[in-house]
Design a protein around this ligand. Structure first.
Ligand SMILES: [Zn+2]
Length: 128
């Protein structure tokens, strides 16, 4: 007998009832919302102040990096809100959107807004 064994159903139930995950999601939503508000302020810098070539080049680089960060932050916020909506509806949270298998609890603790199980995420990341 192994007391560490948990069936998939039990894991999903446990995941849904874990208040720490919800708290983490809510904290993350607040954090990301603030980050985005900050980005929006920063993305309208005073134009025309610098006319030095190097300044312009590094500014263009900074802006490109900002845009990437902004996009990633927005995507993560969307996933966080998506996860909270699933928790609220009581359906689908902690289940991989691709294969329908429960997402490993350790993974959810690290990334509570994970949409895919680790093996699907790896496949998606590698472009398959
Ligand atoms: Zn999967």
């Amino acid at each position: 007998m192994c007391i560490m064994f948990e069936s998939s159903i039990e894991q999903v139930t446990m995941t849904k009832n874990d208040a720490r995950l919800r708290k983490k999601l809510e904290d993350e939503r607040e954090h990301l919302t603030k980050l985005l508000a900050h980005h929006i302020v920063k993305s309208h810098p005073n134009v025309g102040l610098g006319n030095h070539m190097a300044d312009d080049a590094s500014r263009a680089f900074d802006q490109a990096r900002e845009v990437t960060l902004f996009r990633q932050t927005k995507n993560t916020l969307r996933d966080v809100e998506n996860a909270l909506a699933k928790l609220d509806s009581g359906e689908g949270y902690g289940v991989c959107e691709r294969c329908g298998q429960p997402i490993d609890f350790a993974r959810l603790k690290a990334i509570p807004w994970a949409r895919y199980c680790l093996s699907c995420q790896r496949k998606l990341d590698s472009g398959h």
